[in-house]
Design a protein around this ligand. Sequence first.
Ligand SMILES: [Zn+2]
Length: 333
Amino acid sequence: MEENAIRPSEYREINRKLHDEDIEDLMSKRDEFIYIDCPTCSESKERELFNKKGFRFVECNCCKTIFINPRPSVEMLTEFYANSRSMKYWNEVIFPQTENNRKNLIVKKRADRIIDLCNKYNNDLERIVDVGAGFGTFCEVIKDENIFKEVIAVEPSDPLAKTCLQKNIKTFNMPIEDVSIFNISVMTCFEVIEHLFDPNDFLRGCHNKLNLGGLLFITTPNIEGFEMSMLMTLPEESYTPNLGGPDHLNYFSPSSLTKLLENNKFEVLEILTPGELDVDIVRQKFESEEYDFSQVPIIKNILMEYKTLGVKFQQFLADNKLSSHMWAVARKY
Ligand SMILES: [Zn+2]
């Protein structure tokens, strides 16, 4: 898969400028950002890794979680997302224009994987709740599959919740912590946890609502994956939306995500990295001359021979927990 199918480059350019303006607004309040201990293990000792657009990236000395510290408060993040020009552009232009591709290239595979894993772990298929449902695309697809008796969206953002409702999906327009439904067999949280001020609060909320033995699926970037590892070596001014604040505040690896889930009374059944975009994203950075691979021609050859070597290399990454898109399958105990 190529990135342009889901994020066309002309839109990315416009979005980048809008996002820079959003960040500029937020940075006027940088003095009010809050210092936190490690969001995975609460360790207070950390080391600074790098800065990006005014955000300071650190690594926990203990569990190696990478996170932005200090970070905007929950209120600042809420305000940021409510007023963000970039978010508005995503909602009004990029998402509607790419929804079909997303559905076919990402969401259908996602739904099939969820169904396979539920069958594998013998989970009951009564009620599935998608937390952070966004445009409701996943809910729509999983509803069409007719496997679960009830499909529910939980979406705190007003305009997105409205979109879910328009798709005839039962929707709760609030954070999961405030939702008054229990008896949930399966919970899915696609690309949510990296955005949160406090992932532990969120997981406690999920744990509270999920049936004993119920399955929780989390997807998030894998900071030890090929794309993320390569992006970390780029200069501070490079545009790397997957690695940047305030959208992505927490960066996990297979081991730190396992630790976070275990700390919140989930048994981790599997970690997968089925990502498909590492090679294409790094290749584009090479093409835009942000990387100089002249000292390592083998990397250049793999990336540039995308249709043959690149595709195989991507499969190698996915098979060996080295892709930057990670799934955790966990069971509440
Ligand atoms: Zn830690």
